[in-house]
Design a protein. Structure first.
Length: 156
């Protein structure tokens, strides 16, 4: 007679957790790679105009954003209420645009430099004179692809 008997029944084997850390790290790396970090904190109030015909930008990695508008309340003590130009996270003078554009071009591969686009996010209340000054500086810097940001809607 045998001392040990085999159990025969409907028992299921336990779930192996040996690969669980690998799965967690793969998910962690996936989200680290696909997450886009916001580039700039808006320091100006921008309410873009409404347009009926819009076209989306194709390669957003080649887009440089410039914001023009009235400074937010917390910055009005230092900068006033006149429209200001914001490049990245800083207020800037219009004369600093060529340096900003050149700095951005150096970060892009040479084959893509002619495809770089500058997107102007301009508040509705900004005068066209200020916008013309910005466009003139962009022309001097050799940045000829310019996009005007707008929101979708019915034009009245």
């Amino acid at each position: 007679m045998s001392k040990f008997k085999k159990k025969r029944g409907n028992s299921t084997p336990g779930i192996s957790t040996a690969s669980l850390p690998d799965i967690v790290f793969m998910l962690l790396f996936f989200f680290m790679v696909v997450t886009v970090i916001r580039n700039a904190e808006l320091k100006v109030d921008v309410k873009v105009p409404i347009a009926s015909e819009l076209k989306e930008l194709e390669d957003k990695s080649l887009v440089t954003y410039m914001y023009i508008g009235k400074p937010l309340k917390r910055y009005q003590e230092d900068y006033g209420t006149a429209p200001q130009l914001q490049l990245n996270d800083k207020f800037a003078k219009v004369s600093q645009i060529p340096f900003f554009v050149e700095e951005k071009k150096l970060k892009v591969p040479e084959r893509n430099r002619d495809k770089m686009t500058t997107s102007l996010r301009i508040d509705n209340d900004v005068t066209m004179g200020f916008v013309t000054d910005v466009k003139t500086e962009l022309r001097k810097a050799g940045q000829l692809l310019v996009n005007y940001a707008a929101s979708q809607g019915e034009v009245k």
